[in-house]
Write a protein that binds this ligand. Structure first.
Ligand SMILES: [Zn+2]
Length: 186
């Protein structure tokens, strides 16, 4: 069974703050070659998500192939966010994909990812692989934020499922982080 990217419609964008970018990359590298899992806090507007914070779950069951979290934790986070901030809300989650045997990690959602995707939420995948050569942080033509840091090559891709449906199609969300685009790795 293959996954399918839907034809281009109105492209959605995810704008990462520098702290959110830093948390996604550092938590993904920290547990390499296991996978990290966390949630995204920010603002959802028309056709875009402003990601202010990315917070790793402390007790995600992490293995090389998949990280899981129980539903109760998501509800507890939502409860306290309601009380702490009127502006910010839970807007989605992120997890990492890493090297597994000979297979490099990619930003493509797995079948398991798509089965557990909540329609309407932003999903971010951070792929961590060993770097072959240094590249500056840039946005690829597919809307993926990519760059190298230390000995790693990092790719951050977003996806979105508009409504519950049978099948495995999804929409790519363009990931941008203007404070890192163009940063040199040397
Ligand atoms: Zn995944």
């Amino acid at each position: 069974m293959t996954t399918k990217e839907q034809p281009k419609q109105e492209r959605l964008g995810a704008y990462l703050s520098f702290p959110a970018f830093l948390a996604i990359v550092s938590s993904s590298v920290e547990v390499f070659k296991k996978e990290t899992l966390g949630y995204l806090i920010g603002i959802k507007a028309d056709n875009k998500f402003m990601v202010e914070y990315a917070i790793p779950y402390q007790t995600a069951e992490s293995t090389a192939t998949h990280a899981t979290i129980d539903e109760g934790r998501v509800n507890r986070v939502n409860d306290i966010l309601d009380k702490l901030s009127e502006r910010l809300e839970y807007i989605g989650d992120f997890h990492s994909h890493t090297v597994y045997g000979e297979c490099p990690g990619t930003v493509i959602p797995s079948d398991t990812d798509l089965m557990s995707t909540v329609p309407g939420e932003l999903n971010i995948i951070c792929a961590v692989n060993y770097k072959k050569r240094a590249v500056n942080w840039h946005e690829t033509s597919r809307g993926i934020l990519a760059g190298t840091v230390g000995e790693y090559r990092i790719e951050i891709g977003g996806y979105y499922v508009a409504e519950a449906h049978i099948g495995r199609s999804y929409q790519r969300v363009i990931v941008k982080c203007t404070s890192v685009t163009g940063i040199h790795d040397d």
